[in-house]
Every structure is written in C-alpha cells, then in structure tokens.
Design a protein around this ligand. Structure first.
Ligand code: ZN
Ligand code: CU
Length: 492
C-alpha cells in the first residue's frame, strides 16, 4: 500500500489492470498511480484521488521496455517522437552500438568506413565532442530515454587517416583521451564492430587498451563480435578475454549463429557464456528474427543465401527487392549487382530458428531491436522486435512466459545497464510504463511491409508523460539522457 497522502492526488490512476512488474514473478491485479514523473501507488487504489482515471479492463501494466541495442543515435534527433520505438512499448534506447556512434566525430571527408554508414552519410557526423551530442539530444527532447555508448570505429575514424590497419600507440592514446572525455560527459561505455572493415584489423590488444579506459569509469563494453559464423566460438572467447583483461562487464550484441554449416553452435556458445558468468560479468542480447541486416556486403551475395536490398544510394528504387532478382534483370552475378548498388544496406536470411529459440530461452538474454531507422526498406525488427517476443515467442511458441519476457526487456536490462529506479514497477520508481494486451500483442511489421506499428500496445508513458496511446504518438516528449550508475546493479 502507498502512503500517498490523499491530499495530493495522482495525475493518473490506472485501474483494472494486471501488474507484470519486471522481476519475472507472476502478474497480479493492482492499480497504479502516477504523479509527475514517478509511480506513487501500486495497490488496491482505495483512497487514492486522481485527476484522471483509465480503466484498463484486464490489460497488463509493465515497466517500459528497454531496447538495449539500437542505432537510434540520429533518429532521436531528427525524428524525436520515435514512433517505431514507442509503438512497440520501448521507453529507453541504448544508442552507439556495433562500433558506430554519432559522436565524438566530425567527418572531414565523404568516405565512411563500415559500419558508420548505417547512421547516414558523412555530413551527419558533426559532433566533435561527445558533450555536443548530449546537448543535442537534450535539445531535441526525444520521446524515449537515451543511453549512449561510444563506438570504437567512430573513435578510429576520428583519429586515424586509414582504418584498415591496427592503430599505433599514439592513435590508441588519442582514442583513449577522446573516450575518457566522452565517458566523463555521460557515455555509458564503448561498443565495437570488429566484424566490419573499419575495425577488422584492430587486434584484441587495441580493444583491451580502450576497454581499460571504460573500466576506470565503471562503463561496459558491448561488441558486434569479429565472427558470428564459423568463428563464433573463438569470438566469444575473445570477448571474454577482453572483459577479464580490462576488468569490464561485456555485452555480446545480437547473439546469433550465421550460416547453415554453423547452426547449432549456440549450444556451445551459451554453455561457455554460462560458465564464464561465474568469473566475470557477461551479458547478451538478441533480436527475434532469422534474418540479419546491415550494410550491403557483396561477398554475401554469391547466391549462398537469400539477400534483400534495404537501401541503395545509386539505385534507391531497387530497395525491397532480392539481389538475385536485380542481378537477373541486369544480366550479371549477384556480387556484381551488389557492387553496383553500393553504398547500400541489405537483409540476409542466414540464421536458424532453433538457435534463436535456444538463445531466447537462455535466462540472461536481453532484447535489442538492432533496428536501422534510416533504411528505406528496413528490416522489420525496427518496428516489431518487442511485440514479436511477447506475441510470437512467448504466447504462441511458449519459449518463455510473458512475465519472463518482460523481465528480459525491463528489470534485467535496467540492472545490466545501470539505470537506477527504472525497469521495475515499484512505488518511487520513474513512471516508464507500457500497457499491453498479452492476448493480442503482436508484431505487424513484415519483410514486405516493414514499417507497421504493432498490435496490442495500448499506452506507453515515459517519465510520467504519454508517448503512445492506442494508435498514435503522444503530445509530450519526455525522454531524458541517462547516465550509467553501476551501483544500480544490486537491485536487479
Ligand atoms: Zn551489429
Ligand atoms: Cu547493431
């Protein structure tokens, strides 16, 4: 019961709903009261006065979802209502993943190394200092809270003339100084994209040196690993080595097994992750689809898998088509067609459903959409990831319970990323709230029609303000820039 004095009415009282509190424990019927930016009552609602009451008629009240893996660095600035995210119940996004953050980097020439192009063309990299980016987020007032990582490839591009080699001692020094400043100015850690051209030549030692800077600030290290195909087991090992050497928590981003000949290796990787957790801090996330998406890589267009174009600068009209069909029209090989379409992005059908279910069933796996908001024909994960876990994987496939799915999206993520007083339904916590219907929640974004809001997400509140109601974005944009507070981990 709340000790809310009845002389101080709530701004909003939600009645008739079930609380799915983010801890994984069973849902229970209760009312929830909000005043200003906080949850002030969780209980039977008796004696609680409210300016406004909404009867939820059996819907679930969950903490707002935390999208732990995004590329929304620029989206929060140019599309601050963030419909792709709030429409699926997301109230916090972690930006700057896969080695690519918008800051700190002012691009001087027009060529960007991969994967920086997922954020836009060179001109969008205009934040010389990380604090300028933080100020821009605060000025844009996005509808969602923002947690930001510093991208290793961004650091490389900002200090190296040529990224296709290891950094020199002097360059590591320069990157360390920029990273140190960014962490002081509010970054929560660093990400790498060791798979991509912009960092592939970076040896493990280079990453360790930078991860040590992250450790000094209590940050975390997230990685799109060097290899998610035949070398995935070695890549997990490299990630764990970096974590131990730098004494830093590691996040294995969008854990997946690429390539039919490697399917099933998730048994090995999860066993290793589970064992490592006894000795070091290891986290991981997943997006719930069997196709990946990133920049267009011609070497993947040799016909060994289905590849669908998501954007192309020289041929924007081809977005949404299969590379094989474009190649047939053009009378050339798939690889040649892909080269002509560069720069571009693509969707790669290369994972196995069994690996996805196994990784999702693993109790430590968080959810990250990895959505690419600037693609013309994006992967449906941008609009559908969280409802897909709740609808397809929890309700239909029963890979996990609704309560457990919500825990992975909320309490676990808040604890891992150090976001105090978020991620759970508790009196005194911030009112980041998602009201959904467990019986109907469902992703509607598909590979053919990827930009569709989900079904079954009824009300989304960020810091006590409505960000999404029924079918449209709310008037208020109340997101905040959040800094990691490692001490918050104890609560999870
Ligand atoms: Zn990635
Ligand atoms: Cu990513």
């Amino acid at each position: 019961m709340s000790d809310t004095p009845s002389s101080m009415p709530c701004d909003l009282l939600l009645t008739g709903g079930f609380i799915v509190d983010g801890t994984g424990s069973p849902a229970y019927a209760a009312c929830l009261g909000i005043r200003d930016d906080r949850i002030v009552h969780v209980g039977d609602g008796r004696g609680i006065e409210a300016r406004r009451v909404i009867d939820l008629d059996g819907l679930a009240i969950a903490p707002g979802f935390i999208d732990v893996h995004t590329h929304d660095d620029r989206a929060v600035l140019i599309d601050p209502a963030m419909p792709a995210k709030v429409s699926q119940g997301i109230t916090t996004v972690v930006v700057g993943n896969c080695g690519a953050s918008l800051a700190p980097f002012r691009a001087e020439d027009t060529d960007l190394v991969a994967p920086l192009g997922i954020l836009g063309e060179a001109g969008v990299f205009r934040f010389h200092r990380f604090r300028d980016y933080v100020a821009a987020v605060e000025e844009a007032r996005p509808a969602v809270n923002v947690v930001a990582l510093v991208g290793h490839t961004t650091l490389r591009a900002s200090v190296m003339d040529f990224c296709h080699r290891p950094a020199t001692e002097a360059e590591i020094e320069a990157m360390s100084a920029r990273l140190d400043e960014a962490l002081r100015d509010g970054a929560s850690g660093m990400s790498t994209g060791l798979f991509y051209a912009g960092a592939r030549q970076a040896p493990t030692e280079e990453v360790i040196a930078l991860a040590q800077v992250v450790a000094r600030h209590g940050g975390l290290y997230a990685t799109h690993m060097r290899d998610e195909a035949s070398g995935v087991v070695d890549s997990v090992e490299e990630t764990l080595t970096i974590g131990r050497a730098a004494n830093v928590p590691v996040v294995i981003s969008h854990h997946k097994i690429n390539g039919a000949e490697n399917w099933g290796l998730s048994k090995t990787t999860l066993a290793r992750i589970s064992q490592a957790m006894d000795e070091q801090e290891v986290m991981l996330d997943l997006y719930p689809y069997a196709a990946a998406s990133t920049v267009l890589l011609p070497e993947r267009c040799d016909g060994s898998m289905r590849v669908r174009l998501s954007w192309s600068e020289p041929h924007p009209d081809q977005a949404g088509r299969d590379i094989a069909d474009i190649a047939r029209d053009w009378g050339c090989s798939g690889e040649e067609a892909a080269r002509r379409l560069l720069p571009g992005g693509a969707i790669y059908f290369m994972m196995d459903e069994e690996d996805i279910k196994r990784i999702l069933a693993f109790p430590h796996t968080m959810i990250g959409s990895d959505g690419l908001p600037h693609d013309r024909h994006p992967h449906p994960r941008l609009w559908g990831s969280f409802p897909r876990v709740l609808g397809h994987y929890a309700r239909e496939e029963k890979v996990l319970t609704t309560e457990e799915a919500v825990r992975r999206m909320t309490g676990l993520a808040a604890a891992n990323f150090g976001l105090p007083e978020r991620g759970l339904i508790r009196e005194g916590y911030f009112a980041d709230i998602t009201v959904f219907d467990p019986a109907t929640v469902k992703d509607r974004a598909s590979y053919d029609e990827p930009q569709q809001p989900a079904a079954g997400i009824h009300l989304v509140m960020v810091n006590g303000q409505i960000a999404w109601q029924d079918t449209s974005v709310g008037p208020a944009r109340a997101g905040r820039f959040l800094r990691r507070s490692p001490a918050a981990q104890a609560q999870g």
